[in-house]
Write a protein of this length. Structure first.
Length: 110
């Protein structure tokens, strides 16, 4: 999903997994103004034109736009574990004695 006019983002559920996708074309007005999700450099992409060799290999029209991007897919459990690890680490760096309950920080009174 490439975010374009109107700031469109899509959320898609496939085989029980939810995907959030937002990419920004270099030079897009939303590249520097997405207040909700923020724009990481890794989400700003360039498009290139399909060359003759690629067009023949994949059976597509030469000269159409092509996006080359690597995506990493994780399970919900992997995502939750990583989010919790990073949150716990950040809380410790702030000197806060907290534990996570349902992925939310609460005072650790024990």
């Amino acid at each position: 999903m490439v975010k374009g006019k109107g700031g469109e983002k899509k959320k898609k559920k496939t085989n029980g997994m939810t995907f959030f996708r937002a990419l920004y074309l270099k030079g897009d007005p939303y590249e520097t103004s997405d207040a909700v999700f923020g724009v990481k450099k890794s989400l700003v992409v360039d498009l290139e034109k399909v060359d003759k060799e690629t067009a023949e290999e994949y059976g597509v029209e030469e000269g159409i736009w092509l996006l080359r991007q690597d995506f990493v897919l994780t399970t919900e459990e992997e995502t939750e574990r990583l989010r919790d690890e990073l949150a716990t680490e950040a809380l410790k760096k702030l000197g806060l004695n907290m534990k996570l309950v349902d992925h939310l920080p609460v005072p650790d009174l024990d």
